[in-house]
Design a protein around this ligand. Structure first.
Ligand SMILES: Cc1cc2nc3c(=O)[nH]c(=O)nc-3n(C[C@H](O)[C@H](O)[C@H](O)COP(=O)(O)O)c2cc1C
Length: 380
C-alpha cells in the first residue's frame, strides 16, 4: 500500500485492517457463492438508499483530474473498473460509484439463460490469493436482463459483457456466431444506457468445441458483430493462456475491425503457474483461476500488445490487481484502464479508493501530470 498520509489515508488503513481480520475471516467461513449472493443483496440495498450511499461516497470516492481520462468519447473519472463476472445481473451499478469505481462491466450475459455449471463453481485458494471459477456464464439471458434494466440510469460508464450461450453441447461455429449476434442485436436495440460493449471470447469454462482463437474464426465473428453498426465502443476480453505468437495473430485480425480496446485478460487455466501454491492447485477438480495466478501473464501480454499495437488500439489490464502498485505496473506496461474482482474479495471494499489515492501519489512521484503520460512508460 502506498504510504499516503492524511486523515483519509488513516481511514483507509483502518478499513483495510477491519476487513482483513474480523470481516474477511468471518466471510471465509462460509460457502463462497452464498457470501457472493449476500454481498450482492447488501450492495443492491445500499445502492437504492440515499444516506449510506452518499456517506460511503464521501469516504471513498476520489475526484482528481490526474486520474481522469476521456477515452472513446467516454469520461472515466478514474481508471479502475469492476471486471465482468462479479455483477453478472447488474445489481450493483447504483452502489459501485460510492466505492470509487470509475466504470463497470456487467455480465457476461448470453442470448439464452443458463443456470450455471454443476457445483462447486466458486471456491477460494487463499494462499494463492485466487478464486476458483467454474460458473460457465450463469446468467439471466439477454431478454430478462433487458426487461430488468431498460429504465436504469448509470452514474459511471457501464459496459455489457456478452458471450456465447453455454450448456448446448452441439452448437456449431456458425450457430455460436448467430447466437452472439442475436444477443448483441437485442442489447443495442434496447434502451439500456450502456457506454460500451464487451465481447467475451475467452471464457475457459464453456461446453462444446466452439472457439474464436483461430484468426479465421475470430474474423468471422467480428465481421458479423461489427456488421451490426454498434454505435458504442467494442472491447474484446482476451484469453491469457495463448502463446505470444497466437495472441499476436489474434491481434492482427482484431486491428482490422473497429474494436476500441482489448482486455488482458481472462482466467488462468494453468494450475502449474508459479503463483499457484502447489498444495492448493488441485483442491478443486474443475474450473479456472483468478487473482494472483493471472497477473504475470496478463502483464506480459499487455506489454507485448502495447509494443506492437499501442498506437492502434487501447488496452485494459485485468488480472491480479490487489494494490495501487499492481495497477500502476499495468498502466506503465501499456494499459489505459484496469479492471479487477479478486483483489476486492481479498483486500476489501476500500481497495478501489486505495488504488486511486495511490495512483495519484505514484504519478506525482514520477512527475506525470496525468495518467495518460504514464501509459506504456515502461515499454521501449
Ligand atoms: C467469480 C468470477 C466470475 C467471473 N466471470 C466472468 C465472466 O462472466 N465474464 C468474463 O469476461 N470474465 C469473468 N471472470 C474473469 C474476470 O473478469 C477477470 O478476468 C479475472 O478474474 C482476473 O481478474 P482478477 O484477478 O482481478 O479477478 C470472472 C472472475 C471471477 C472471479
Amino acid at each position: 500500500m502506498v504510504g499516503y498520509t492524511s486523515m483519509r489515508g488513516l481511514l483507509l488503513k483502518t478499513l483495510r485492517f477491519l476487513y482483513r481480520w474480523p470481516v474477511r475471516a468471518l466471510f471465509f467461513l462460509f460457502n463462497s457463492e452464498i457470501i457472493h449472493e449476500v454481498l450482492t443483496k447488501m450492495g443492491e440495498r445500499l445502492g437504492n438508499g440515499r444516506l449510506l450511499k452518499s456517506l460511503t461516497g464521501k469516504l471513498l470516492r476520489v475526484d482528481n483530474s490526474t486520474i481522469a481520462q476521456d477515452l472513446f468519447n467516454i469520461q472515466f473519472r478514474n481508471p479502475v473498473g469492476l471486471a465482468a463476472g462479479f455483477d453478472y445481473e447488474a445489481r450493483l451499478t447504483q452502489f459501485l460509484p460510492s466505492l470509487g469505481f470509475g466504470f463497470e462491466s456487467v455480465g457476461t450475459i448470453t442470448n439464452s439463460p443458463y443456470e450455471g455449471n454443476p457445483k462447486p463453481r466458486l471456491g477460494r485458494l487463499i494462499k494463492s490469493r485466487s478464486l476458483l471459477v467454474n460458473k460457465g456464464f450463469k446468467n439471466l439471458g439477454i431478454d430478462e436482463f433487458i426487461n430488468r434494466h431498460r429504465n436504469s440510469h448509470f452514474e459511471i460508464p457501464i459496459g455489457v459483457s456478452m458471450g456465447k450461450t453455454n450448456g448446448q453441447q452441439n452448437m456449431s461455429q456458425v450457430d455460436a456466431i448467430n447466437d452472439i449476434v442475436s444477443a448483441f442485436k437485442k442489447v443495442i436495440e434496447s434502451k439500456i444506457p450502456m457506454s460500451y460493449l464487451e465481447l467475451n471470447i475467452s471464457c475457459p469454462n464453456l461446453f462444446g468445441n466452439v472457439e474464436f482463437y483461430t484468426p479465421s474464426h475470430l474474423k468471422e465473428l467480428l465481421t458479423a458483430v461489427c456488421g451490426l453498426k454498434l454505435q458504442k465502443p467494442l472491447f474484446i476480453k482476451m484469453p491469457i493462456e495463448k502463446s505470444d505468437e497466437e495472441t499476436l495473430a489474434m491481434m492482427e485480425a482484431i486491428v482490422t475491425f473497429p474494436v476500441s480496446a482489448v482486455i488482458f485478460g481472462n482466467l488462468q487455466k494453468n494450475r502449474k503457474d508459479p503463483a499457484v501454491c502447489p498444495e492448493e492447485a488441485f483442491k478443486y477438480e474443475k474450473g479456472n483461476l483468478s487473482g494472483k495466478p493471472t497477473e504475470r501473464r496478463s502483464n506480459e501480454l499487455i506489454k507485448l500488445v502495447y509494443k506492437k499495437y499501442g498506437s492502434k488500439i487501447k488496452i485494459i489490464g485485468c488480472g491480479g490487481v490487489f494494490s495501487a502498485e499492481d495497477a500502476y505496473k499495468k498502466i506503465k506496461l501499456g494499459a489505459s484502464l484496469v479492471q479487477l474482482i479478486t483483489g476486492l474479495i481479498y483486500v476489501g471494499p476500500q481497495l478501489v479508493s486505495e488504488i486511486n489515492h495511490g495512483l495519484i501519489e505514484l504519478l506525482s512521484r514520477d512527475g506525470y501530470k496525468n495518467i495518460r503520460e504514464a501509459v506504456g512508460a515502461d515499454v521501449d
